[in-house]
Design a protein around this ligand. Structure first.
Ligand code: NAP
Ligand code: ZN
Ligand code: ZN
Length: 350
């Protein structure tokens, strides 16, 4: 067994606390990763607090799926990694690898279904635990290669925020001159801006926070509109080709859909625990499309990491120690982070 220590939520309303647990031994196809940094995704908070009725939380929960570290042990059949290599783990740690979706590299939609990094059941019948911890043991097929020479605390958030925004931008054909809106300037939103800019898009940030306007420009956006300002929203009517909606809570879709040009697409990635509503006319009055997107499969995640490494597209982070996790959750809920917390796992006491 691999002895690990980390931070876990024991119930929906208790703070995260130190937790000891075991992971499996390193199998022939596994790598052991000593975790250096793990980003705090809003999904970690939704899940720690059992906010999603469709996927109830099993406790104890060790959150964390933006994991970057160094390989410290490899199984004898491992080909992709050697000890000392940098590696990352995102939201997925296993899948059946045979179903049509796995064969297409869409492991997140595995029929089996996929095994997620936390709050899932592994093939060994044991619960999966995430990256707020000292080490991971994962099949090499689900570990991603990280280029050397980049600050790992800024790479870690790419494993969820990066791929979740890269995937819909790519799929909906963003290229030079595409008019892209990013709704919600948080962890996902700021990566959507950076990646869309790197793809050549003209980016408009749609935000409820006036104080983020200077950051939007600094991140590369061309325009900023306050979603609470009806005149600003009206000026954007029919002006965008694609909007990536990253908002974590219930919000009005009509005003946003009306910013799409004919046949424009709203790609929803934010996972509001409460249902979203919109008027039929917001879609039919422009032949618009409403699409969803869930993280990305393994091949696309590696492609995104390589794209970001080449263009030096990294997350803007505030690095914290493990003792600050609970305070960071409260600050995240207040929008008080620019733009991702990255936990330094060296601060974990054995
Ligand atoms: P985050 O850092 O908290 O950012 C969310 C942003 O949404 C906030 O910064 C804020 O931006 C805006 N917002 C928050 N509450 C709002 C409200 N009540 N009304 C309107 N806007 C609000 O969260 P994140 O880590 O980016 O995650 C965003 C969402 O995506 C979460 O629901 C998360 O679970 C989900 N997610 C989905 C996937 C997927 O695969 N689909 C993957 C990862 C995360 P402004 O201040 O700019 O308005
Ligand atoms: Zn996430
Ligand atoms: Zn499958």
């Amino acid at each position: 067994m691999t002895e690990c220590h980390g931070y876990a939520a024991k119930s929906a309303d208790s703070p995260l606390e130190p937790f000891r647990f075991e992971r499996r031994d390193v199998g022939d196809e596994d790598v052991r990763l000593d975790i250096a940094y793990c980003g705090i995704c809003h999904s970690d908070v939704h899940m720690a607090r059992n906010e999603w009725s469709s996927t109830p939380t099993t406790y104890p929960l060790v959150p964390g799926h933006e994991i970057a570290g160094r390989v410290s042990q490899v199984g004898k059949k491992v080909r992709k990694f050697k000890v000392g290599d940098l590696a990352g783990v995102g939201c997925l740690v296993d899948s059946c690898r045979r179903c049509p979706n796995c064969r297409r590299g869409l492991e997140q939609f595995c029929h089996a279904p996929a095994t997620f990094t936390y709050n899932s059941m592994g093939k060994d019948g044991k619960p999966t635990y995430g990256g707020y911890s000292s080490a991971m043991v994962v099949d090499e097929a689900f570990a991603l290669k990280i280029a050397a020479g980049l600050p790992l605390e800024r790479v870690a958030p790419l494993l969820c925020a990066g791929i979740t925004t890269y995937s819909p931008l790519k799929r909906h054909g963003v290229a030079k001159g595409s008019r892209v809106g990013v709704l919600g300037l948080g962890g996902l939103g700021h990566m959507a801006v950076k990646i869309a800019v790197a793809m050549g898009a003209e980016v408009t940030v749609l935000s409820g926070s006036k104080s983020k306007a200077p950051d939007a420009k600094r991140l590369g956006a061309h325009e900023f509109a306050l979603t609470s300002d009806p005149a600003a929203c009206q000026r954007l009517a029919r002006r965008l080709d694609l909007i990536v909606d990253t908002v974590s809570a219930q919000h009005d879709l009509d005003v946003i859909l009306n910013m799409l040009d004919v046949e424009g697409t709203l790609a929803l990635v934010g996972a509001s625990p409460k249902p979203l509503e919109f008027s039929a006319f917001s879609l039919i009055g422009g032949r618009r499309r409403l699409a969803g997107s869930l993280i990305g499969g393994l091949p696309e995640t590696q492609e995104m990491l390589d794209f970001c490494a080449e263009r030096k597209v990294l997350a803007d982070v505030e690095t914290i120690g493990v003792r600050d996790i609970n305070a960071a959750y409260e600050r995240l809920l207040k929008g008080d982070v620019r733009y991702r917390f990255s936990i330094d796992l060296k601060t974990l006491q054995p």
